[in-house]
Ligand binder design. Structure first.
Ligand SMILES: NC(=O)c1ccc[n+]([C@@H]2O[C@H](COP(=O)([O-])OP(=O)(O)OC[C@H]3O[C@@H](n4cnc5c(N)ncnc54)[C@H](O)[C@@H]3O)[C@@H](O)[C@H]2O)c1
Length: 311
């Protein structure tokens, strides 16, 4: 197939593009480098069936190729970006999928869209199931991302109902792996780089808030299964093993053989208290289950950051 991957210079977009290339497809990668890394697009450009297009998906698309599938991964995803790029994020989540929906209609392509567990906000149910409507602030500091992603889901649902567009939507929970940005402000890369450099690990609040971390290869497998399936309802993709932020910090210190300690810093506003996916839908409809143990996945990320220390 000929496939468009937006956000290919980002963390998940890179791994997804590599996997699609390994399966024998031709991939056009699109990115504007707003939160991506050249090291990722440069590595992809080494591949003969890959072509890179630098473009902001929120701007009109001029690309004339035919695509069988489109994976829309473009969007800054780290809380640090919510402060730095709020209007960019809102444009990316609204005009971006709008432009891509039109392109998908023209090509009669399937359109995969990366939604997020943040559509559940600070959830009042645990684990979070797809039928839960969420507990989201529509104007708080995270609203550019949370509401942007909710708008994108509404937009694609409208395109599906109005024009029969073949949409595939995954609500992605915290994902980790090599090639995350060291300075992107997310807990895992922060903790690992602090542990590797002997700095204290900065845990938000008492660290009793929970997260569920999915290894990127598992996630990519789920994304491809979903896109190739007939499932047009949103599907949670994540690892249901839940852990507190304090526990993960301590685990990382042990894994890195680090002498770092933990210090507690104020929690950001609207930071979710709990995060755990109910993945029954993915299990039953896609036959998908995450398989990579956290100790194995974390060891690979530690290795990556040892070899690629932040500049
Ligand atoms: N990593 C996670 O844990 C996680 C969790 C939930 C959802 N997601 C979603 O998955 C997708 C990928 O996340 P990631 O962790 O790889 O983030 P990332 O920031 O590493 O990658 C996003 C990529 O999109 C590019 N981009 C941003 N805005 C763009 C625009 N307007 N036009 C073109 N390119 C643009 C960035 O430059 C970057 O390369 C995002 O949509 C994110 O919301 C990620």
């Amino acid at each position: 197939m000929q496939i468009l991957v937006t956000g290919c210079a980002g963390f998940i977009g890179y791994h997804l593009s590599q996997r699609l290339l390994a399966e024998g497809h031709t991939v056009v990668g699109m990115d504007d480098f707003s939160s991506g890394q050249k090291i990722n697009s440069d590595a992809l450009r080494q591949q003969p069936r890959f072509r890179f297009v630098q473009h902001n998906v929120a701007e009109p698309l001029t690309i004339t190729d035919h695509f069988d599938q489109i994976y829309n991964m473009a969007c800054p995803a780290s809380p640090a970006d919510f402060d730095r790029r709020r209007l960019h994020i809102l444009a990316t989540c609204s005009r971006g999928p709008w432009n891509l929906a039109e392109l998908a209609l023209r090509c009669d392509a399937r359109l995969f869209h990366a939604s997020t567990s943040e559509v559940y906000g600070d959830p009042l149910v645990n684990p979070q199931i797809e039928s839960y409507w969420g507990n989201v602030s529509c104007n708080g500091p995270r609203s550019c991302y949370d509401e942007g992603k909710r708008f994108a889901e509404a937009l694609l649902a409208a395109y599906r109902r109005e024009y029969g567009l073949k949409t595939r939507i995954a609500r992605i929970f915290n994902t980790y792996g090599p090639r995350m940005r060291a300075d992107d402000g997310r807990a895992l890369p922060n903790f690992i780089n602090q542990a590797l450099t002997g700095q204290p690990l900065t845990v938000h609040g008492q660290g009793q808030q929970t997260r569920s971390f999915c290894y990127v290869d598992d996630l990519v497998d789920g994304i491809i299964r979903l896109t190739n399936s007939a499932v047009d309802e949103p599907v949670n993709l994540g690892n249901p093993v839940e852990i507190t932020v304090l526990e993960i910090a301590e685990e990382i210190i042990r894994l890195c053989n680090s002498s770092s300690t933990v210090i507690h810093v104020p929690r950001p506003q609207d930071d979710p208290n709990i995060r755990r996916p109910d993945i029954t839908r993915a299990q039953t409809l896609l036959g998908w289950d995450p398989t990579v143990e956290r100790s194995v996945g974390l060891a690979r990320v530690v290795e990556w950051f040892r070899e690629h220390p932040p500049r």
